[in-house]
Design a protein around this ligand. Sequence first.
Ligand code: GLA
Length: 387
Amino acid sequence: MDIDFVRSRFIKHFDGKTGNVYASPGRINLIGEHTDYNGGFVFPGAVDKGVMAEMRANGTEDTVMAYAIDLKDRVDFKLSDPDGPRASWARYIYGIALEMKKLGVPVKGFNIAFAGDVPLGAGMSSSAAMESCFACGLNDIFGDNKVSQWDIVLAGQATEHNYCGVNCGIMDQFASVFGKAGCLMRLDCRSREFEYFPFKPDGYRLVLLDSVVKHQLAGSPYNDRRNSCENVVKHIAAKHPEGTFETLRDCTWEQLDEVRAEVGEEDYKRAKFVLGEKDRVLAVCDALNEGDYEKVGEMMYQTHEGLSKDYEVSCEELDFLNQIARDNHVTGSRIMGGGFGGCTINLVRNDLYRQFIADAKKRFNEKYGHEPKVYDVVIGDGSRKLC
Ligand code: GLA
């Protein structure tokens, strides 16, 4: 994706004038899935793919003229319209503009054209890339860049909650805003403290295999998973009035066992996965510090198992890709992101890479009639102004 391409479309679809160009990435996550809204740890990094937008104030009070270059779709709407646009992509623009206004940015009418190369529905957070890209532009154009990076993260998350129907955590928006080339980040989602971890696994590489099963989180079982976790916390808190229980982060294995019968097996399994995942992220940090990638991989397989059997966010195609990884002695492999489709993330030794990819393509094609898409992970920078 290059600036000239986005610019040529911006000029063509509006009044011939240029604006400013902003870019924000999608993300990967090494480990720590469905832990963000449970106050746990995550281990994401930004990728070299994302969203690029050209934006410019258009002199109107509150008319937004938006063009989605990849979809060849134009939508105009007013920020004062209480319902906002119907097109799902335009709701990200509408939502983030209103959230930025809540933060004190005097957003007025603007023109915007954007394109992306982060695959949609692949679990790499194309939506967070849009939110942080548009927020970065609005902050620059109307807000003197006064809104902090963390507030931009939260505005993106609020956009999902308030306008797109996904009660997500903060991992995706965080990674998109704070990403740094060559580094993964360990974020404590409760305290919001984070650390950059240079990630250069000697002798290994990360590759994503995209099942091309589109995952769709809006109005989906994603929110049900979150509700299950919150229900378990409520029951534990009721049993322990002496303690403070905000999220599963505050709960122990013993406390979870105490409420097992009353919350039911489904909610119990969801919470069991989350407690295990919290421990696995910390184990991965230690393993990375020691350069023990085999241990990292073992944790990834355990995460897959938990996401598939206990959290139940996998699908047949992803389980099959995971099995192919095992059969090829790949060090670690698991579903990445929210689940219900999308990609597996694989930590594979350089010498096994070619054979693994060839086998995955062949066997997946035999079974499902198409090959998985292959994305080599390049860890890139977070949101930025390009010109
Ligand atoms: C989606 C959400 C994130 C996170 C992941 C699962 O990507 O947007 O907040 O919960 O799923 O780890």
